[in-house]
Ligand binder design. Structure first.
Ligand code: PSU
Ligand code: MN
Length: 305
């Protein structure tokens, strides 16, 4: 195996890893496909700043010219944000061709986990993950993120799953695959834009140290796969549940009417919801990401203690 041929770790991230210092991985699909320019770039750079202020090193991950790049430069982040949807959304199945052709790619939760694991980064923070889509019993649309959580040893910190997904089926799938689902200071699965979904997580843990300890046990025992940590959006940024759910339903109806499917579904829904809510959902999305990366830095530090 010659991984290094396809992996480019920045000097800063490599130095931190070599010194046993905390590193937090970040994805790039949220930049190119999840938010409009220039808010996406502003958010990505602020996220890095927050991680530094909290004593860890950020590692934004993307495919740049055929290399899994761990620790993008601000210029690369600007490039990924400006090119937006023209950067291919890269999941596990896209890696062989994109890397072979020397192309760029925006890494999803799946490919960010793959690159983080190759580089030796254990903690990854983002906004939301993919899951089992509503209607998956006929479309079979289940995100590769769930399979990756089942096999790759990286902890993913998110704000729960949004109700563009079938949250109950997503939890069932994670249970089948043996992925621990942790609620940070909550027993209820957060629903991204709101703190409440009505579904329970497996375990409530109340400190970054407890989260780090649980994940260390998983690694020590060689139990394959990652761990999902769900962190509720702070109250002051939480959206009204009825309001956001009506807009999510409207976005899903339009998605079905237009026959949008496959990898285009999630970016279409995110964009539509942002437009329908006149940017209010975007603001909530940005704030919950900030909240998640703050926790990410704390957990990464706890992993290094
Ligand atoms: N959910 C969000 N924002 C995102 C995504 C999901 O709230 O940006 C992105 C992530 O990169 C995730 C991907 O890994 O969408 C899932 O895509 P799909 O549903 O096609 O697997
Ligand atoms: Mn899908």
């Amino acid at each position: 195996m010659n991984l290094n041929k396809y992996l480019a770790v920045s000097p800063e991230v490599q130095a931190a890893l070599d010194a046993g210092k905390p590193v937090v991985a970040l994805e790039s699909t949220i930049i190119s496909h999840g938010m409009p320019y220039p808010k996406n770039v502003e958010t990505a750079l602020t996220v890095e700043k927050i991680i530094r202020e909290n004593g860890a090193v950020p590692a934004t991950i993307a495919i740049i010219k055929g290399k899994l790049t761990v620790g993008c430069t601000p210029e690369q982040i600007e490039y990924l944000g400006k090119r937006g949807l023209d950067v291919p959304k890269a999941s596990r199945r896209d890696l062989p061709v994109l890397l072979a052709k020397g192309e760029d790619g925006a890494t999803t939760v799946t490919t960010t986990m793959i690159a983080a694991a190759m580089a030796g980064v254990k903690v990854f923070a983002t906004g939301g993950i993919g899951g089992v889509h509503r209607g998956a019993e006929t479309t079979m649309d289940i995100s590769a993120d769930l399979e990756e959580l089942a096999m790759t040893p990286v902890m993913v910190i998110c704000a729960g799953a949004k109700s563009i997904l079938d949250l109950g089926l997503t939890l069932e799938y994670l249970e089948t695959k043996g992925v621990p689902v942790i609620g940070y200071r909550t027993k209820e699965l957060p629903a991204f834009y709101t703190a409440h979904s009505g579904f329970s997580v497996d375990y409530r843990l109340d400190t970054p140290e407890e989260i780090a300890d649980a994940f260390k046990v998983k690694l020590d025992c060689g139990l394959q796969g990652g761990m999902l940590v769900t962190n509720p959006i702070p109250d002051e940024y939480s959206m009204d549940a009825d309001y956001i759910n009506e807009n999510i339903d409207a976005a899903i109806r339009e998605c079905e009417e237009k026959g949008i499917h496959g990898k285009a579904t999630t970016p279409f829904l995110l964009d539509k919801i942002q437009k329908l809510t006149a940017g209010k959902s975007l603001e909530a999305n940005i704030q919950l990401v900030y909240n998640n990366v703050r926790l990410g830095a704390e957990v990464a530090k706890a992993m290094c203690r």
